[in-house]
Design a protein. Structure first.
Lengths: 361, 301
């Protein structure tokens, strides 16, 4: 167990002299708390697996350092770093029994036999593998294989962190839920630092207490699921997290007013000193804006369709050329093709060149 | 019943194949069967002999049986020795091959070269190479004080034939293993790194099990080839000194073309054939069973 610090860490697959914009991972500095449950969330190709492989040592960084508890371990090989990693596709040593599979990482490190047996029994118990420990690890279902892979990741009690690289990709949806809750329970039971890579926001938000959102090789925000929802630091976070994602609309902002296509909506905070150059946008989650009968003073929008998600319905509308989603209040029925939009001023955020601008209260 | 159109014309499409196979394989084989149950003294005169040749062949106390069993034992020993050398050596070569870059292509070409040389050329190369008077190997060995002569010394003859086979065919095993190694996903190596596995543990837990099937094919091919070997030892040693390197096929040719005992030779051919078929069948069964193990899945754990 350890605290992990990344210091100006960057990775380029085309050499250190490549253009910084082409780096798979742009320089980042951040700290992973000991015992935390982290999720690395982002679309495919955003650099999250690269970051994971840098931490585990499978990839050597182009620049920067990785510190475990303040010690620089950047030059160390994977074997010498105290890291466990579970991969997207389960890796099973199929000439061994299930129990031998679990014992393999310990055996390779010369742990005494009695200790191995105890730990394998414990992990087997946690993963419901106890009845199968003596069985050959062949002819298994994908989820059973992945459980064994998870077990091999968790079996070492002294690891600095356990890294999961989209471990549930090959699992049936019904079993996904079960394994994910299991992982969460394991995190509580074993007190290990866990970093979980995924492109699925549900997986990230249910597993982690800190979600790190990556976009185009950069960490754009890191925070609790609630923070990511309430106050996205980047329009990408707003759009990527939440279903439907945040509405982002170009606007002119001055003081406590935002002007969208000639219509003025109120803001709770004041934005007086906005820089002149960048593109200014306002963002609001569909949950905090609702449709109403068109009336003077309301922003007008054209309804395209209504998505009924069961407990809540969202109207897909258009403001000029911009797509927008808004909540349909219960009992409200849309008459005609136009609706008015009612904003919750405290939930409207202002973005300059996609980055959140803090207003003055 | 399914509603299938009955169309007997399909038989006409099979007919050409049937005729070609009959003409090129079945009829010649039947000729051999015909010879094996008869005796002939030339002039196309045949006398019925029943299973007489087979009885004699399988009776170790007869001259024919004695020669058959001796050559069979020699041949099995030869196959066992070359397998014991070529399989581990082939794996070792495959493991030490580069994984990418131009070196891969270079290695593959060099490895493929011996496989492209015709048998009798390989035999001739080694026949000359080993000669104590003008051969580079024989000359060097003798000048180093090692008394090496494959013409007069049984051990030297065997060593030459074995080294020649290893030289000629280890590449095949190596290439098969290389293909098998290439097909192992990187994730396995990464997982093994994470699990702290040593080089040996990686080989035992990942590479060897994954090579299982290609090795079976390699062993089958090398066994069959070495069990039926004729040209190379014939060119180098001619089966000698004495009968020490006379393998089954060399013995067969001696009986058929040297002594012109067509009945005995036909009986030997058929028994030889049956042995090959049985070994093939055993390999086939083992291989398909190994395959089942990987594809069939049992219930959830």
């Amino acid at each position: 167990m350890a605290r992990i610090d990344l210091v100006d860490l960057a990775q380029s697959y085309s050499g250190p002299d490549a253009d910084l914009e082409s780096f798979a991972l742009k320089p980042i500095s951040m700290t992973w708390r000991q015992g935390g449950a982290y999720a690395l969330l982002g679309p495919s190709g955003c650099g999250k697996t690269t970051l994971l492989n840098l931490i585990s040592g499978i990839v050597t960084p182009t620049r920067g350092q990785i510190l475990f508890d303040g010690k620089d371990i950047t030059p160390l090989s994977t074997q010498k770093r105290n890291i466990a990693q579970v991969f997207q596709f389960p890796v099973i040593y199929d000439t061994m029994t299930v129990g031998e599979n679990l014992a393999f990482p310990l055996k390779n490190r010369g742990v005494p036999k009695a200790q191995i047996d105890a730990r394998v029994a414990e992990i087997g118990e946690l993963l419901d593998l106890t009845p199968y420990l003596g069985r050959k690890a062949t002819r298994l279902t994908p989820d059973a294989k992945q459980k064994i892979s998870l077990g091999r990741g968790l079996v070492r009690s002294d690891v600095a962190a356990v890294l999961f690289d989209e471990p549930l990709t090959v699992i049936d949806p019904a079993l996904k839920w079960e394994l994910r809750s299991k992982l969460k329970a394991l995190h509580r039971a074993l007190d290990l630092t866990m970093i979980y890579v995924t492109h699925d926001q549900t997986e990230a938000l249910t597993f982690a207490d800190t979600v790190v959102v990556m976009h185009d090789g950069r960490v754009v925000q890191s925070g609790t699921p609630q923070e990511l929802f309430d106050k996205p630091a980047h329009t990408f976070v707003g759009y990527f997290i939440g279903s439907p994602g945040m509405n982002i609309v170009p606007a002119e902002v001055s003081g406590r007013e935002a002007r969208i296509g000639g219509h003025v909506i109120a803001l709770q905070r004041s934005y007086d000193k906005l820089p002149a150059g960048p593109t200014i946008e306002v963002g609001i989650r569909p949950e905090f804006v609702h449709v109403a009968t068109p009336a003077p003073g309301l922003l007008l929008a054209q309804v395209e369709r209504v998505d009924d998600l069961g407990r809540i319905s969202f109207a897909r509308v258009r403001i000029g050329g911009v797509k927008f989603a808004a909540r349909v209040p219960q009992g409200f029925s849309i008459a005609g093709s136009d609706v008015g939009l009612v904003f919750d001023p405290s939930r409207v955020h202002v973005y300059a060149d996609s980055r959140l601008v803090e207003g003055v209260a | 019943m399914m509603d299938k159109t009955v169309n007997q014309k399909a038989w006409f499409l099979v007919l050409p194949v049937f005729l070609i196979v009959a003409f090129s394989a079945v009829l010649p084989l039947m000729t051999v069967v015909n010879y094996s149950v008869q005796d002939t003294f030339g002039n196309n005169q045949f006398f019925w002999n029943g299973v007489g040749w087979f009885k004699e062949l399988l009776d170790p106390s007869s001259d024919l049986g004695g020669r058959f069993y001796a050559s069979l034992l020699r041949n099995l020993a030869f196959s066992a020795i070359i397998l014991a050398i070529e399989v581990p050596l082939g794996i070792l070569v495959a493991l030490s091959m580069p994984r990418d870059g131009w070196r891969v292509a270079a290695c593959l070409v060099i490895l493929a070269l011996p496989l492209l040389i015709p048998w009798n050329v390989v035999g001739t190369i080694w026949q000359i190479f080993g000669r104590p008077d003008i051969g580079l190997l024989g000359y060097t060995l003798n000048h180093m004080g090692i008394d090496y002569n494959y013409v007069s010394n049984e051990f030297d003859a065997w060593a030459t034939v074995i080294v020649m086979d290893v030289w000629h065919w280890t590449s095949l095993v190596a290439l098969l293993c290389y293909a098998g190694l290439k097909s192992i996903p990187d994730a396995y190596y990464q997982a093994a790194q994470i699990d702290g596995a040593s080089r040996w543990a990686v080989f035992r837990a990942i590479q060897l099990p994954k090579l299982n099937r290609v090795l079976l094919i390699g062993v089958l091919l090398r066994f069959m080839d070495s069990f039926m070997i004729y040209t190379e030892p014939f060119v180098v040693t001619g089966g000698g000194p004495g009968n020490s390197t006379t393998f089954v096929s060399i013995e067969l040719v001696k009986i058929a073309l040297g002594q012109f005992d067509l009945g005995k030779a036909a009986a030997l051919s058929l028994v030889y054939n049956i042995i090959v078929l049985i070994v093939c069948w055993i390999f086939y069964t083992v291989m398909t069973n190994a395959g089942v193990d990987h594809t069939k899945r049992e219930g959830a754990v």
